[in-house]
Design a protein around this ligand. Structure first.
Ligand SMILES: C[S@@+](CC[C@H](N)C(=O)[O-])C[C@H]1O[C@@H](n2cnc3c(N)ncnc32)[C@H](O)[C@@H]1O
Ligand code: SF4
Length: 452
């Protein structure tokens, strides 16, 4: 196994989309093409499955030095209201395009820290969204909360607005690790928000943990997982630390590269975590995620209904996902579009009444077919050959996978590719065999984190 890890631990995408963002068309997408693709997707799917909204709330009070997200650090809460006003203006721009009322299947508030915002402002946001929309059946509303900045009032307000699922960033409980990542939060604080969520009636609580952080050891991970299991979250995200200082600059320089666990140690931390989660009754979902069998994510996986998008894994697949707020990515299935990444550029476009898209990609038929295969592999750990690929492309993929067949990671039959249990940890590498954009345009500089 050690040799396989050394062999396959290379930079690679996490496949929350195909094509992955660095390989979107350099020419971008015109605003007209983007709008047309949204309208087409909306007309095809609003009645039958509804749409999803991802809303990016970028503010945090303090900087965690491991963080790879798009965020703005400030203690000035006067930024809240103007930001919500901008997001609602953006939503209105989309609603003006659509002939019917959007039916919302899923809303996710991500960040940054959504619970940076006061209860009143969160209510203003959700009420503002539903002025122009209605709920689709099985409506789901989830959000990310920072345990140090989530009050009972916020939990109650979001519950009253329809949320039944939240996720808390935990990362690690060890004091040495917490100090290095500049994120000190006690078990008591996490227990408090976790217990309050249960008391209020949330039915799915998720905890985010990361392995591969500076100064983590087998013992510290055991302890972090023991604390996590004691609170019995319904879902656990166990992320591989993405060390991307060339993108995140000073934000990821709060510790030295030498403080990070080496690749075998890091993989061991993953294996250890996985075993401890199994022992506690959790089941592995796709990549990075674990869930109790009572949770909807597990049920979706069992029924082959799991979907993966820019928010990660979800049980509620919709063809159209609109991303609102700075840096958000939208997915109309036929195209992707990313919003301006800075508050200033985002504000300027919204105030001019323009959708704040700054780059995007219109998928070709080939992109769409490859996308389906990659999604199948990431969600179901298998894919059928019947999704249209030319004989040449299929043969090239099979050739690229020979080594992995030889290493016992996958099995190829006449009709499908099946990822074996031994191959699960190499899922990103397996998908890379389908990633024609990556193969045809090998990057000259580092753009992805390591696959293992
Ligand atoms: C956008 S953050 C929002 C959570 C919230 N702000 C908090 O800190 O509690 C969502 C999750 O992304 C994960 N994350 C952020 N940076 C990461 C990195 N460099 N590598 C792996 N996971 C990361 C963390 O687990 C984090 O909880
Ligand atoms: S981990 Fe959460 S709180 Fe910390 S900087 Fe990132 S988004 Fe903000």
């Amino acid at each position: 196994m050690k040799n396989l890890i050394q062999k396959y631990n290379i930079p690679g995408p996490r496949y929350t989309s195909y094509p992955t963002v660095p390989f979107w068309d350099k020419k971008g997408i015109s605003l007209d093409h983007w709008k047309q693709s949204v309208v087409k997707s909306f007309n095809e799917s609003n009645d039958s499955e509804g749409i999803s909204l991802y809303i990016h709330l970028p503010y945090c009070e303090s900087l965690c030095t491991f963080c790879a997200c798009h965020k703005r650090i400030t203690k000035r809460h006067s930024v809240e209201e103007p930001y919500i006003t901008l997001v609602l203006k953006e939503w209105n721009l989309y609603c003006d395009l659509l002939k019917d009322k959007p039916r919302i299947r899923e809303i996710h508030l991500g960040g940054g820290t959504p619970t940076f915002f006061s209860s009143d402002n969160l209510k203003m946001l959700i009420d503002g969204i539903f002025k122009r929309a209605e709920k689709f059946k099985d409506f789901e509303f989830s959000y990310e909360g920072h345990p140090n900045h989530t009050s009972e009032e916020q939990l109650q307000t979001l519950y009253d607005l329809g949320s039944r699922r939240n996720s808390f960033g935990i990362q690690d409980y060890d004091p040495v690790v917490q100090k290095a990542i500049h994120r000190v939060q006690s078990f008591e604080q996490v227990k408090k928000v976790n217990d309050l969520s249960r008391k209020i009636g949330y039915t799915s609580i998720s905890h985010d943990l990361i392995f591969g952080l500076p100064f983590q050891t087998e013992e510290s991970i055991r302890n972090t997982i023991k604390n996590t299991i004691a609170l019995k979250p319904d879902r656990i995200a166990y992320y591989s630390y993405a060390h991307v200082p060339w993108i995140k600059g000073v934000g990821q320089r709060g510790f030295d590269d030498n403080d990070l666990p080496k690749e075998n140690e890091k993989r061991h931390l993953y294996e250890l975590g996985k075993q401890l989660f199994f022992d506690a009754g959790y089941i592995e979902i796709g990549m990075d995620h674990f869930a109790l069998p009572s949770d909807s994510l597990y049920k979706a996986m069992k029924n082959k209904k799991l979907h993966r998008n820019f928010m990660g894994y979800t049980a509620g697949k919709t063809q159209l996902m609109i991303g609102l707020g700075m840096s958000s990515i939208s997915d109309s299935w036929y195209a992707f579009a990313q919003n301006e990444k800075t508050i200033e550029a985002y504000t300027e476009k919204i105030n001019q009444g323009i959708l704040p898209v700054f780059k995007g990609h219109l998928l070709t038929d080939q992109d769409l077919n490859l996308r389906k295969h990659i999604l199948n592999l990431m969600c179901n750990l298998e894919t059928n050959w019947d999704v249209g690929l030319t004989e040449k492309i299929k043969n090239d993929i099979v050739n690229r996978l020979q080594e992995m067949i030889h290493d016992g990671l996958i099995e190829i039959t006449n009709d499908k590719i099946i990822v074996k249990e031994e191959g699960r940890m190499f899922i990103r590498n397996i998908c890379m065999a389908f990633d024609l954009k990556l193969i045809e345009n090998k990057p000259e500089t580092r753009i992805f984190s390591m696959t293992i």
